[in-house]
Design a protein around this ligand. Sequence first.
Ligand code: GLV
Ligand code: GLV
Length: 320
Amino acid sequence: MISKKVVVLREIPAVAIELLAKKYQVDVNQSGRVLTREQLYHRVKGASAIISLLTDRIDGAVVKAAGPHLAIVANYAVGFDNVELKALREKNIVVTNTPGGVTEAVAEHTLALTLAVARRVVEADKYVRSGRYKQWEPLLFLGQSLVGKTVGIIGAGRIGSAFGRMMHRALKAKLLYFDTQRNAELERSIGATKVSLNAIMERSDIISIHVCLTPQTKHLIGRAQLAAMKPTAILVNTARGPVIDESCLIDCLKNKSIFGTALDVYENEPHLIPGTRALNNIVLTPHIGSATDDARIEMAVTAARNVIAVLSGHVPLNPV
Ligand code: GLV
Ligand code: GLV
């Protein structure tokens, strides 16, 4: 019997490949690059399962190229805006994601970025590195203190809640959140309050975005929302770039109408709005929210387990 083919669109931690290779023929793209559309169509031909990444657009054309055996697309990410769910559902193809391992890792990176902006860590590092530190200065690199401040979470799901808990427990933050659904657990455990988006923008000292990208959340944070922020406030985005109207945000930073921002994700990733690099009040990281050894191993194993479940005729662990 010819074993089923599993196509993995980039190298992921080896433990997942080893799990899959016990049962299936595994084809991993080891080129170190995202496949072009043509390469992708060619690569997935005959696949029963695809492990995709957020850099791969998975749509009807990919399903067609894969052919009739395709049963599951396991996206190696929490977000799945790169997968056209409708096209896959029409063909009864299961789509899964990797929520578990990512939660704390992304919350930690959000915390790191919040501290980096508040205390101007990146700017100060550049200052020392470039040899400009000559003497202690009473007014050098004054930042924002964080203890007891108000944190506004936009999207109080797993990651938003984990970040909220970290801020509350470590820094005694008061928590506001905006979501379509009530998070009773977050209200009970740390006294979070559900408010309108406008109230978040006006009242928070730190605002952090944790919603999925959907047509409803695209440019959720636009000119009016940014204009409502306090001049001392900090905005952090570790979710998806297009949730913020990035060009309006860059204008705010140029005008110093808010204290600072950190972005791990970009509206037109990996490209920046011209002028971004010259600004000192923005910290930039290359979409590394979940980039810890532990999280990436758990993501890989989760993707592999979902593939094994579906190809063995069981229900997936993390259907979306
Ligand atoms: C990363 O952005 C993810 O969605 O896991
Ligand atoms: C973007 O490319 C910039 O110059 O900031």
